[in-house]
Design a protein around this ligand. Structure first.
Ligand code: NAD
Length: 518
């Protein structure tokens, strides 16, 4: 068995030792202090490769939740009044501290979430890029100015912070997704209440510790733990002005309607079924590698995973090579050096994946490669699913309609590019889609006609860097301002437009008519 990361309380102020032989307890962060919850109920954080209980999160009580929001509300006026250059400098220091702690963060992610160390490192790095972007907030938050719109009158707009904002995170990117949220929010001048996933809170806690070391004042970032109840408290709270959510559609749509009902801004990034269209003229080797990497990387537990490959003309001529390359992947604990994919997050997740694969088989799909019964030596208790390939998948099959969120690649057939585009567009999700072709004309048609928010051309669904935004669409997103980039800054700020008049004017008669520009 792989050794768990040592989580001693001396090294981690966000953990307390439980009673003898019970796992350490994850603390709350309220008003700049890591405090132990008084909650009676807890949820175990389990290493998916071993079933070892790594730690335990509390179901934050209503009073503790109130204290976290109060701390954020109290910190707001001072932080809002802090110059943006000072707020940026905290982010400069924060990015430096994240870089210095990349390995520690990655080890924690692999222990709690299961992905390979290399992939966990990427999880942190893609979040770090958002912190780097936040270092330019002075420019990003700039308003506009038009001088002399009328005689002696100027108009300008400024972007002001909203107040207390909140973030609710999924399990699959324990570092990147918290970093999509609070760095942009707080550098805009907001204060924040973060709820990490109950399945892997460690990276968020470590990041909060680093953010405070970087100089984030007390109360600017607060952390609560839990599941439905604390999420509902966030949705209902009158002091919280905006909610960022990333996770499943079930939770996302509930949060979208409940939080909007109290007048909050809400942005929800949700589930996906990302397709690749493969034309017969595609570069064979590069396409095969892209399908394998994007289909099975992170054990398919990425919202941008490629889960469906639509082959124009049929998949038959690609199948042997896909099976060969997928079979060559190493499934093991993420702590093991040569592992290509680790376990899925829980036993329930594994059961659900296996059921959907079986449903495909029962509905007539051809099982080219079956990873359901894989046993990983020394990690026999892990939630492992090996790479799985299902061919002849049809749009009405459950395995196609549902997001599988596991290492399963579905192969479909289309008669033409038009037919393939129609298949993709009929799917309710719209996170990403890509095409593999050497024809510029086909690629251009695809980029124009495809209904997906993030489009790859010979790229297996790119997650945009932070100067763009993460632009999922259709059922993959609810709200109108996306995460990070320009839209992210707009989400976390309220625009104010000011018109001023400074002129020496001779006395005029009062006029009640509509002012017009003179
Ligand atoms: P999840 O919806 O189960 O959990 C996400 C968060 O919501 C957690 O903090 C959880 O405590 C809370 N939650 C869950 N159910 C709830 C409910 N009924 N009421 C209130 N709160 C609830 O999602 P997950 O399993 O952690 O993450 C996987 C999902 O996230 C996948 O669907 C994946 O596609 C999606 N995801 C999307 C993106 C994106 O950018 N589009 C990125 C990452 C993950």
């Amino acid at each position: 068995m792989a050794a768990a990361v040592p989580l001693s309380t001396a090294a981690a102020p966000w953990l307390s030792n439980g009673p003898a032989s019970s796992p350490p307890r994850v603390r709350l962060l309220i008003g700049g202090e890591f405090v132990e919850s008084r909650a009676d109920e807890h949820v175990d954080v389990t290493n998916p490769a071993t079933q070892e209980v790594v730690s335990r999160i509390p179901l934050t009580t209503a009073d503790e939740f109130r204290a976290a929001v109060d701390a954020a509300r109290t910190a707001f006026p001072g932080w809002r009044g802090t110059p943006v250059t000072t707020r940026q400098r905290v982010m400069f220091k924060f990015q430096e501290l994240i870089r210095a702690n990349m390995d520690k963060l990655a080890e924690n992610i692999t222990t709690e979430q299961g992905k390979t160390l290399k992939d966990a490192w990427g999880d942190v790095f893609r979040g770090l890029e958002v912190v780097e972007h936040a270092c330019g907030m002075g420019t990003l938050q700039m308003g506009e100015y038009v001088s002399n719109i009328s005689n002696g009158i100027d108009t300008f707009s400024i972007r002001e912070p909203l107040g207390v904002c909140a973030g609710i995170c999924p399990f699959n990117f324990p570092a990147m997704i918290p970093l999509w949220m609070f760095p942009i929010a707080v550098t805009c001048g907001n204060t924040f209440v973060l709820k990490p996933s109950e399945k892997d809170p460690g990276a968020a806690m470590m990041l909060a510790e680093l953010a405070m070391e970087a100089g984030l004042p007390k109360g600017v970032l607060n952390i609560v733990h839990g599941t439905h109840d604390v999420v509902n408290n966030i949705c209902d709270d009158e002091d919280i002005k905006a909610v960022s959510f990333v996770g499943s559609n079930t939770a996302g749509m509930h949060i979208y309607s409940r939080a909007s009902a109290t007048g909050k801004r809400v942005q929800c990034n949700m589930g996906a079924k990302n397709h690749a269209i493969i034309l017969p003229d595609a570069d064979r080797d590069a396409t095969l590698n892209a399908l394998i990497a994007a289909g099975f990387g992170a054990a398919g537990q990425r919202c941008m995973a490629l889960s469906t490959a639509v082959f124009v003309g049929g998949s038959e001529s690609w199948e042997d090579e896909l099976v060969k390359r997928a079979s060559g992947l190493v499934v093991n604990s993420g702590m093991v050096n040569d592992a290509d994919l680790g376990p899925v997050i829980s036993r329930q997740a594994k059961d659900r994946i296996c059921k959907l694969v079986q449903n495909g088989v029962d509905s007539g799909a051809r099982l080219l490669l079956d990873g359901r019964d894989i046993v990983v030596p020394q990690f026999e208790d892990g939630n492992f699913v090996g790479p799985t390939l299902l061919a002849d998948v049809k749009s009405d099959m459950e395995c196609y309609k549902e997001e599988i969120f596991g290492p399963v690649l579905l192969l479909m057939k289309a008669e033409s590019l038009d037919d393939a585009i129609q298949i993709v567009n009929r799917n309710k999700y719209g996170n990403g889609a890509s095409i593999f072709t050497t024809s510029g004309i086909s690629a251009r048609k695809f980029q124009t006609d495809i209904e997906a928010g993030q489009v790859g051309i010979n790229v297996p669904i790119p997650v945009p860097l932070p100067f763009f935004s993460f632009t999922g669409s259709k059922a993959s997103f609810a709200g109108d301002l996306n995460f990070y980039g320009k839209a992210g800054v707009q989400f976390f700020t309220q625009i104010k437009t000011i018109t001023q008049q400074w002129k020496e004017s001779p006395a005029q008669r009062v006029s009640l008519s509509m002012p017009t520009s003179q």
